[in-house]
Design a protein. Structure first.
Length: 119
């Protein structure tokens, strides 16, 4: 039996790669997960980083509220001069970003290594 991806749990893992904060999204960024995500991102922004890398390699599903979270956090980051690159987008998520032209406002990298190298 397969599970509905929108009901899978979502977790956020915060780590550092040198001076870069990395927020890894695991599971489905849907439903109420965006509220927890907002808390996590605001905590990271409170640390005054210059760059926050969002690693979406482990993200299985994203809803409109999840996309809204990323756009909202990008706006906050830009207001503070913080870059917010994304990496590890699955093909279907990347296609969604292209269709909605979000790929034109987000810095997107294939994987974490490429994003870290682009400092």
């Amino acid at each position: 039996m397969t599970q509905d991806p929108a009901t899978d749990a979502c977790t956020f893992d915060v780590s550092h790669e040198g001076e870069i904060y990395v927020v890894s999204v695991l599971g489905s960024l849907a439903d109420d997960a965006h509220r927890r995500g907002k808390e996590i991102f605001l905590q990271v922004l409170g640390q005054s980083p210059k760059r926050i890398l969002v690693d979406l390699e482990g993200m299985e599903f994203i809803s409109s509220s999840g996309i809204g979270l990323l756009v909202s956090i990008l706006k906050r980051c830009r207001q503070r001069g913080v870059s917010l690159p994304l990496c590890g987008l699955r093909a279907e998520v990347l296609e969604l970003f292209r269709l909605t032209r979000l790929n034109q406002i987000f810095e997107i990298h294939d994987n974490r290594s490429a994003a870290l190298a682009a400092r």
